[in-house]
Design a protein around this ligand. Structure first.
Ligand SMILES: *[C@@H]1O[C@H](CO)[C@@H](O)[C@H](O)[C@H]1NC(C)=O
Ligand SMILES: *[C@@H]1O[C@H](CO)[C@@H](O)[C@H](O)[C@H]1NC(C)=O
Length: 282
């Protein structure tokens, strides 16, 4: 595995996205360097300095969907035809080296129309795995995508520019660094019986991308895998700093042996919280 894996089976639309992104990233490099000292200002007037690096947070549906108790149209765990076998996107988060992060950096509200050309890959690879409405930046609640854009995406503007740029950039990085592929090739395949050494999973990712990921577990099962990047999207180590340790050392830390459960669309145990919704193909 090289450090620059590309999927040969990427559909044309995504290839097009790659090309677009290439010009976008060339344009943003110089902008990036010039804007190191830029102070981003959020809604409340609180000054936030520009972030230091990116975290690409990926979620493992097999683990998250096990916790599903309610169904609704926005929860992809409830979709019987879904057949998740890959890590999906949680978000791309601009972070500071000290383990804190900026949030709600501009007043830009989420507008789905701006990303209508990205909806197909977004629905597939950036699905919401819950029925909740997470908070947005204006004391409101919104969709999963609205939350990710308003809380985190707006802080990436020195690099990703705008909402479209944020989602496009995130999809591109996700396609380029295919963690599922890396783990599968190292023998870490979804299973409801196997346990895998945490160190082996970390090494497989390190060998492929030359940077150390961060794993988050729930009851001994991998729930998230985070990859970290410099602002030019070269991989870098995810360094668990003190304030991250505060989170990571609690119940979300991973044991020495972890599981990677298979995705099982639930159904029997689900209650429907959205009366207008039915299982597709049920
Ligand atoms: C269910 O999954 C299928 C296949 O991935 C997808 O086309 C469809 O949009 C999904 N439906 C919902 C409600 O998420
Ligand atoms: C990642 O790799 C897996 C296994 O090779 C493949 O099935 C999947 O389509 C790839 N995902 C993306 C987003 O390219």
């Amino acid at each position: 595995m090289g450090s620059d894996p590309q999927n040969p089976a990427i559909p044309m639309a995504i290839l097009f996205i790659f090309l677009l992104q290439f010009s976008l990233s060339v344009a943003s490099t110089s902008l990036n360097e010039a804007s190191d000292a830029v102070i981003l200002q959020n809604q409340g007037g609180r000054k936030q300095r520009e972030f230091d690096y990116f975290v690409l947070a990926l979620q493992w549906p097999g683990t998250i969907c096990k916790g599903t108790r309610h169904c609704c149209s926005s929860n992809a765990c409830c979709n019987r035809s879904g057949g998740f076998s890959e890590f999906t996107i949680h978000g791309l988060w601009p972070d500071y080296n000290d383990g804190t992060w900026p949030s709600c950096c501009t007043g830009k509200e989420f507008d789905e129309k701006e990303i209508h050309t990205l909806l197909e890959p977004m629905k597939k690879y950036w699905s919401s795995l819950s029925c909740g409405s997470p908070s947005t930046c204006h004391g409101a609640k919104g969709s999963f995508w609205a939350h990710e854009w308003e809380k985190h995406g707006t802080c990436s503007s020195p690099v990703a520019h705008d909402e479209y740029g944020y989602f496009l950039t995130t999809l591109n990085v996700y396609f380029k660094y295919n963690v599922t592929k890396v783990l599968n090739e190292a023998g870490y395949v979804p299973s409801n019986t196997e346990k895998y050494p945490l160190g082996g999973i970390i090494s497989a990712v390190e060998n492929a991308f030359h940077a150390t990921p961060l794993l988050v577990c729930s009851k001994g099962a991998v729930e998230e895998l985070r990859l970290c990047f410099y602002k030019d999207f070269k991989p870098r180590d995810c360094v668990p700093t003190d304030s991250q340790n505060a989170i990571v050392s609690s119940k979300i830390s991973c044991p020495k042996y972890v599981s990677l459960p298979s995705y099982e669309p639930g159904g029997k145990i689900f209650k429907f919280t959205d009366s207008n919704w039915q299982y597709p193909n049920a």
